[in-house]
Design a protein around this ligand. Sequence first.
Ligand code: HEM
Length: 486
Amino acid sequence: MTGADSIVLSLAVPLATVIAILLVSTIIYGKKKGGEGDSKLPPGDKGWPIVGSTFSLFKPHPATTLGDFLQLQLSRYGKIFSTRYLGKTLVISADPEFNRFVLQNELRLFQNDLPPHFKKILGAGNLPFMAGETYRNTKSLILGFFNSWQIHSRFLAEVEEAVKRVMTSWRQKSLILANEELSKFFFNLAVERAIGMTPDDPEVEELRKAFISANDGLYTVPLSLPFTPYTKALKAKDFIFSIVKREVEDRKLNSDKMDEEENDLIWYYLKNNPSMSVKSICDAVIGFIFAALFNTQISVALAMYFLGQCPESLQQLREEFKQKMNYTHTKAKLTWDDYKNMDFCQSVINETLRFGNIVPGLWRKTLSDINFKGYTITKGTTIMTHIEAMHLDPLAFENPNIFDPWRWLAIKKSNNWMPFGGGVRHCSGSEIARMEIAVFLRHLVLNYDWDLVEHDHPIAFPLVTFPKGLPIRIYPVREKTPQTSL
Ligand code: HEM
């Protein structure tokens, strides 16, 4: 069974329940159209009573396209429109100016707006659920962990060593389910960095599966019935919490070793914020692993997919990797300068994040009435800043439905490009994620060619996934290019 099949099956019961609600509500209320009664709201189709446009909004579609619903609404109503989502008004914006305004005024005029069950799975002591001083302090603490010294000197070397190991293990394989391999690779990196557990620990794989179950529970209807994905997610969360708690308590008991061993996130929190409770550390560490896990993994899978479909870009990337290193010293380690000077690699990453649309949109709630371009969005309204719609806007990117890394050599940056969000909640791991993607691609591209074993395509479901797991065949390129790592 593929990943997508299992998601479809796991969603079946909750979706059936919601469909039943939809039918009953339709009979009672009839279908409501237009924006009567709230004339200053952006225009839009309110969809069906209670569920509104929920199903249309989350209908799976190729991640490299807008999907029918968004395409239609944007052409009918323009870049800001309103609809209804699970009984509430939802304003969707593809307008870069408005979206920047929303993200930059977080904590003042807007606040994060995630469904309540997210808090139960991720834990209340997690950045997305914090506001005010608590948020600012916790965010600056985590940014300290990622300060550039850490990324330059320690993380770059760690990632390179880990990628070399995985490339060596791929030598024994010819067929690979890339998504699964990447999931293990990036999970291992995140878990070692967060709680110090290494891949040879048998508990690590159990933990990875628990994180996947917990993550599946986020994007489902939160029904606490036996065997629903939500119930499984809560159980998985309890298991994750118990392991992390054990690690935190163990460190507390061994705090005399702090100076010599302080190299994971638990030690970092214990040293830099000794008053933090065990529960807060556990929540923060679990949140870090969630944030680090899926996005980087799927970015590399997407890059492999796009490069595989565009041989010229793969060739140019390989040439750049070869030129930027002195290949008489094939064992030489990648330096920060090498990484920063790989312009085409940076362009491939930008274009992958634009075209792959890993985070389709960010959810916020208005803290007061907001006036923008003649519209009034009342206090308490949910807004989705639609990143995907900005990334695929033909006015911002010529031929937006084509993977074209060369465009970034000309434009360098764009107001429509926001894969890491913006404002105070801008992704804390953006720099490290870019570095990890670059290092992985460098070793992959210099060592292997690959092609798809069977057709697969990234689908937004709502998170981006490859329904068949991206099955690829890999070939060493030893005869064509000097080896870097093996
Ligand atoms: C390509 C990979 C990644 C993408 C596309 C990505 C994207 C994002 C986005 C869009 C947000 C903003 C969420 C919001 O405004 O509601 C975010 C937040 C965050 N990301 Fe990332 N991320 C990536 C990798 C990472 C990694 C590797 C880490 C950690 C090692 C990380 C840690 C975080 C954290 C801690 C936040 C919360 C920031 C806050 O609420 O203030 N991310 N990420």
